[in-house]
Design a protein around this ligand. Sequence first.
Ligand SMILES: [Zn+2]
Length: 379
Amino acid sequence: MCVDVEDMIKELKALIEIPSIVGEEGELAKYLAEVLKNYGFTPELHRVEGDRYNVICRVRGDRPGRTLLLNGHLDTVPVASGWRTNPFKPKIEGDRLYGLGACDMKSGLVALLFGLKAFVDTFEDFAGEVIYSAVVDEEGFSKGAKALIREINADAAIIGEPYFAIERPAVIGATGKLLLEVKVVGKAAHAFRPWLGINAIEEASKIISKIADLEPIIDSRFGKIKPAVLKIEGGYERYNVTVPEECVFQVNRLTLPEETEEKVISWIKGIIESVDLKSKVEVKIRPPLYKGYVVKKDDPIVLAFRRAFIEEMNVAPKLSYYANITDANVITGEGGIPSIVFGPRGGNTHMANEYVELKTVEKAAKIYALTIKEFLALG
Ligand SMILES: [Zn+2]
């Protein structure tokens, strides 16, 4: 299958030139829809909120069959300090293209698009359907992916994040994540006679010390997992010689796919009960909340990807589970659509001087095209 590399690089540059920092994806969504139209596709803009749209484009074969979702995100993180070049003026040096979102993940978006184009150019008739989607807010709260799974269904998905399956394995499973809010309610008293009150901050610190002293869990799939306290608030805003009545803190807790919310709540309650407290403690789950997931190594999408990768690269892809969060937590964890996370290789993501290796953008596009072929043909 033939990928038009020159056009693809041209489009990658155009996408980088349109800033799309999380929350401001509107212009890029509209531009990408125009690009899809120019290639003969029929994209739709689906408003998520305000001027934020998911781009969704369905390509139907002439016979019923499997549906494959190709997904990427439109948004980037904000500009970090230390850029040598203008982050919105893509610059090529050797095989590297520098620019904000070059790697995470505007290269993934164009590679998925040109992979799809190569597939439809090669196969005039095919069974099933391919859905191309570019969503908002991956770097925020995954509102785009959440809206997407309410609107579409698919038998499998490829997510074009920068895991090139050579050094950095493609992702077939990830932990989930919960944010726990713990509220400790004590009793106010004059701070010169603290024994008359219950100091909520001192009580909270006992729970926090317990959490800090926990040994990390070693999971055979995800490796080392340990909760972390992220934020604490307590006492009075104005200077006040009173024993603090209230203290609230948040705990970031990665979760295993098998762990339900109830299990995590009883885990934290167990820790709280193990400490000798006089205060009352309430526990709540706060957003963002992501579900963990595991895709089996013999799932049809993994097999299709594996064959496609070997055909193009002559080696087997590396696959792995990660302690990490991407839109796959929404699409697969929440939506139940098995996925593989694979895309072009680069570096410095979420940092200055982000780049992508252009040769891998071409390779990824070809592997996407071959995976579509394998997956739809297998159905
Ligand atoms: Zn990303």
